[in-house]
Design a protein. Sequence first.
Length: 399
Amino acid sequence: MRVLVSSDIGGTDPDDFQSMIHLFLYADTLDIEGLISSPFGFGGKKNILDVIDQYEKDYPNLVSYSDKYPTADSLRSITKQGATEVANYTGVGNSTEGSEWIIKCARRDDPRPLNLLVWGGIEDLAQALHDAPDILPKLRVYYIGGPNKKWTPDAYQYIADNHPNLWIIESNATYRGWFTGGDQSEEWSNTGFPEKYISGQGAMANFFMTQLDGTIKMGDTPSLAWLLKGDADDPSKPGWGGQYVRAWDRPYYLFTEMPSASDSIQEFSILEIALSLENYLPQLPEAKLLVENQALAGTFLKDGRVRFRFSPKSDKIFQFKVESNVAELNGKSGEVTVFIPPPHLAEQASEKFPNWWTDDPAPEYMEGKHIGAKTVSKWRKEYLTDFAQRIQRCASPAN
């Protein structure tokens, strides 16, 4: 299978280091065509190269098990720098080495689809589709949404608005089953498993133990696990990467005034607040919507409004406050109530998004409040056992 990974490794999610190690352990079963660094805030291409350096140390043992493991230099040659800033309101901006690499790979004369696993921001995919919409039929995207959608709502909305025919799995909560639920007893727990099966098993294993204090998260790994065990052609079938339903219309809410607690929206939706401005603006107007740990930049459009976008990743009441050098905006506040998508939405497959898949909201698949997560966690012993067998290859050569 053709695979290209876009990761915010070294950025806001340190567990990407763990997922990258897991990816390299299975590199003999895949055609890895690209590794794109797409962090926001900090991190970069160097962080992928750091993992490749560890892989290089384990390579002599790995290749004794399979001559299909790629060399470290071949992996370095396909490691590219992607977007390092979140997209503005349009969702797109300038092309990057990463977005150009997506286009180059997708345009190769290969009848197989290109599986793009998005572990971080979705900016590089949005930019690639903007610059080369002809690549869309070649792509199969598995997007770890949830927190990543929270940080990059504009790029996501660009894709939903302009490329609704994209084949994509939007995993907003299902992925959590990798580290939440399932058999968490002793050696199968998030701390017990690494201690027993990973520690001391080679260079990558030792590097794994330096991340998150050696505790398993690997929240992006279900995207790869979907290719390892399951039906890659049919996301509705069970597999290590989860089980999904055809998406209902992608939830989007527009408010022209600050919302209140009586207003409700779906978890993982896109909330847009568009506030009218009647008074004179300074030469360089600025505004930020403060919500929890985010400061969302406002966009001043020629229609006389300032716009903010936000995507909630949990069900609760969120409170907002505006900070601005525009007097009529500064200090405005509001709140909104977020609810978990109800099960009946799975029966409302969208005509607009014919190839879009998302978490199954059926109650029997919930881990706590995380919809769909049990479709991953039920495989916990199986995928961790396979992981343990794989990482042992790094410790010693085949007999």
